[in-house]
Design a protein around this ligand. Structure first.
Ligand SMILES: Cc1cc2nc3c(=O)[nH]c(=O)nc-3n(C[C@H](O)[C@H](O)[C@H](O)COP(=O)(O)O)c2cc1C
Length: 187
């Protein structure tokens, strides 16, 4: 199985990246690719509409994001992880989101097959529900591309960058995700 994780934090080994690592620990026998948007030379969609003209998923920008887009297109499971900055995902993750435009045809149908997708968030605010509407909107946004959000995992109360260590519930949930959630979703 081809698994692709996209990291939106500028912090290496911070909460969201550690969450992804734990999540992926259950999939060690699979083909895993992890991309850190902060380390890529890429910019947001330039609205040139070149991608509307064919079923190609090659973006006219030809930058470091292309290998990410290529890999997304062949993925069997996608993990999109971001901390919350100013009540939203990071600017890095927003660049990735806008560049998903390459997968949309002129009639707004998606060039992608259905891809099970897991969203991972890390936030300082303790209230788990505070971003519920926003996370639901993002779920709908991803659906337009045939990215089918099957789980949203949120680490709260995570103002510092090593907060996962204290959250045993989320730690175990991530570690056992393949055994529990994956097994039920894909059986
Ligand atoms: C510029 C900036 C803005 C932030 N805005 C929010 C926010 O609006 N809501 C929130 O809950 N946490 C906010 N945070 C806290 C981060 O989401 C939190 O520390 C997160 O766990 C960091 O994850 P990371 O270690 O993966 O980078 C903000 C942090 C920064 C640096």
């Amino acid at each position: 199985m081809k698994i692709t994780a996209v990291l939106g934090s500028p912090i290496r080994n911070g909460n969201s990246e550690k969450m992804v690592d734990l999540f992926l620990s259950g999939f060690s026998n699979d083909d895993i690719c992890i991309f850190n948007i902060n380390e890529l030379n890429c910019k947001g969609c330039q609205a040139c509409d070149e991608c509307e003209k064919s079923d190609s998923v090659i973006c006219a920008l030809h930058d470091d994001l292309q290998p990410v887009l290529d890999r997304v297109a062949v993925s069997d499971l996608l993990i999109l992880a971001s901390p919350i900055y100013m009540d939203q995902v990071t600017a890095q993750m927003r660049i990735f989101q806008d560049r998903l435009n390459v997968f949309l045809r002129k009639d707004f149908s998606s060039k992608l097959k259905n891809i099970p997708t897991v969203l991972i968030y890390s936030q300082a605010i303790e209230d788990t529900k505070i971003y519920a509407d926003y996370f639901n909107t993002l779920k709908k946004v991803y659906k337009k591309f045939n990215m089918d959000v099957i789980d949203t995992i949120i680490l709260t109360n995570a103002g510092a960058h090593n907060e996962l260590k204290d959250d045993l519930y989320i730690k175990n949930y991530l570690k056992d995700w393949k055994e529990n959630k994956y097994a039920t979703h894909f059986s």
